[in-house]
Design a binder for this molecule. Structure first.
Ligand SMILES: *Cc1c(COP(=O)(O)O)cnc(C)c1O
Length: 501
């Protein structure tokens, strides 16, 4: 199977190993599979009895056709271990009240769904480098608003042939997120606080990627830059697996009749997670609707309803910060598939987005999107009320992002009357965004004047849940990374770090 750029100006069709090594196509587009492999009903049935790892091998093999089965098996075995994931199912489906199903994707080391892909990406990437004759060491640069940085650090720490440097906005992450990063262990890792916001960090990283002189210099010293963001196909492919796995778990339990279609609700930011669900559906997984849940930064809701993408609006900081995003990069891949692989129109739309912040897709493409997707959004007050009422109704605690999903699903059933079985994708442990969760469950008075570490204890005591290993005792660990940089000093920081690690 070959991969090509959504924009069609990078003429080569590349292998999956090349797509993963390069991260982004040289014409600015994203790599997409030239065809989508199909899974038959019979194959699906066969996979029911398999565990998560074996299911992952089947799905990844279909997309990464230039890796041997043994290589994929090896990558999977190193990623989804019982040391790294705190439940044997890896990605369990829970049914707290018989009406809703939750696919819990946060049992990995950093307590958010990013681990599902970032635990395996380093293995796929180092094999990609070997397969394509790459001799340089890979340097991963990450700009993070919180969750991706820590998950990437955990994934790449001590992986031979790689170094990883994470930039986070000094004042833009929660205390827990900051401690998770500055206490990071490993011999090939570095973490830098950028004096600025997330956009400053992101722009700084993009500038380093596109600095031709610097990249030539790196090449001489046998380094090659790469990306761990969700524009990399190596992050998307592993996310397809858990949609299959959730379906198969429900089928194995007898909750579904053969071929029965289900809905997935996905709390969405960069459109990576829900795009993986789209690929699963295109492969033949019996899926009815994909419900895209947004917070008040509801660009995607507007787009799915009207066909107009309009990012010219105020940016809101919310209690579901991983969805505070106005440019959802992976949407470009969806447009490629649903416009009939029309490179020219994709280039026009992306140019318009760049130029004016707005584009409108044609009526046919919009109609195709509307057949598969539905979208709604929830504000912070609704999100808190949803956490509270779900906890009271069935004792189940969800994080703020997942709560947005639950609320939007309620709106969906009211609007459509659709009674199909529905899986809510749960993207983070409630302990990861514990301040808001504690406020919802314990009340305003219980959180006043307390820091996030104290609230972890209080939330655990009140709910009877255990604080996940990755968050336990964080504040007592030594801070190992104290480097800070202004936006203009990020390149110099990379040079310093590469001399030191
Ligand atoms: C990253 C993230 C999201 C958004 O996922 P996308 O793939 O960017 O759409 C939602 N919830 C949590 C907790 C996240 O970390």
């Amino acid at each position: 199977m070959f991969y090509e750029s959504t924009r069609g100006q990078y003429q080569s069709k590349v292998s999956s190993a090349e797509a993963i090594k390069m991260g982004i196509a040289p014409d600015g587009g994203l790599f997409v599979p030239g065809e989508i492999p199909l899974i038959t009903g019979e194959q699906l049935l066969e996979m029911t009895a398999l565990d998560y790892r074996a299911r992952a091998v089947r799905i990844l093999k279909a997309f990464l056709s230039d890796y041997t089965e043994e290589e994929i098996r090896d990558c999977v075995a190193q990623a989804y271990t019982s040391e790294k994931f705190d439940v044997p199912e890896v990605a369990p489906v829970r049914t707290p009240d018989d009406a809703l199903y939750f696919l819990e994707l946060w049992h990995g080391p950093t307590c958010a769904f990013k681990d599902m892909a970032l635990q395996i990406l380093p293995h796929l990437l180092t094999r990609a480098a070997a397969k394509t004759g790459e001799e340089a060491s890979i340097v991963i640069l990450v700009a993070t608003s919180g969750d991706t940085g820590k998950a990437a650090l955990e994934g790449f720490k001590d992986v031979p042939g790689t170094k990883i440097i994470v930039f986070y906005p000094a004042r833009g992450v929660s205390e827990v997120q900051k401690y998770q990063m500055v206490t990071q262990e490993g011999t090939n890792v570095a973490v830098v606080a950028v004096r600025g916001n997330f956009d400053d960090a992101q722009t700084g990283v993009k500038n380093i990627f596109s600095n031709a002189d610097f990249n030539r210099l790196l090449q001489k010293e046998h380094y090659r830059l790469s990306s761990a963001n969700s524009i990399n196909w190596g992050r998307l492919a592993p996310q397809i697996v858990y949609y299959f796995s959730a379906y198969l778990d429900l089928a194995a339990k007898g909750a579904l009749s053969p071929g029965e279609k289900i809905n997935f609700v996905v709390p969405t930011g960069n459109f990576g997670n829900i795009l993986a669900a789209f690929y699963a559906r295109e492969m033949g997984l019996p899926v009815n609707r994909l419900i895209c849940a947004a917070n008040v930064n509801n660009v995607l809701t507007g787009f799915i309803r009207t066909g107009v993408y309009d990012r010219v609006r105020e940016f809101h900081k919310t209690i579901s910060p991983s969805m505070d995003i106005l440019i959802s990069s992976n949407l470009e891949r969806l447009l490629y598939h649903l416009s009939g692989r029309d490179h020219e129109r994709i280039r026009e739309w992306m140019a318009a987005l760049n130029r004016s912040g707005v584009y409108r897709v044609d009526a046919d493409t919009h109609a195709r999107i509307g057949k598969i997707f539905w979208s709604g959004y929830a504000g912070d007050d609704e999100t808190l009320a949803t956490i509270d009422s779900l906890y009271r109704r069935c004792g189940y605690v969800v994080d703020t992002h997942t709560a947005v999903g639950v609320r939007v699903y309620e709106k969906y059933t009211t609007a459509t009357g659709d009674g199909a079985k529905t899986v809510i994708v749960s993207t983070a442990s409630p302990f990861k965004f514990n301040e808001s969760v504690a406020r919802a469950v314990l009340g305003e008075n219980a959180v006043r004047g307390k820091d996030e570490f104290r609230l972890l204890e209080d939330l655990a005591a009140a709910t009877g849940l255990e604080i996940p290993a990755g968050l336990r005792g964080l504040e007592q660990k030594p801070a190992r990374h104290r480097k800070t940089a202004g936006r203009d000093q990020m390149l110099a920081a990379v040079e310093d770090i590469l001399r030191a690690i």
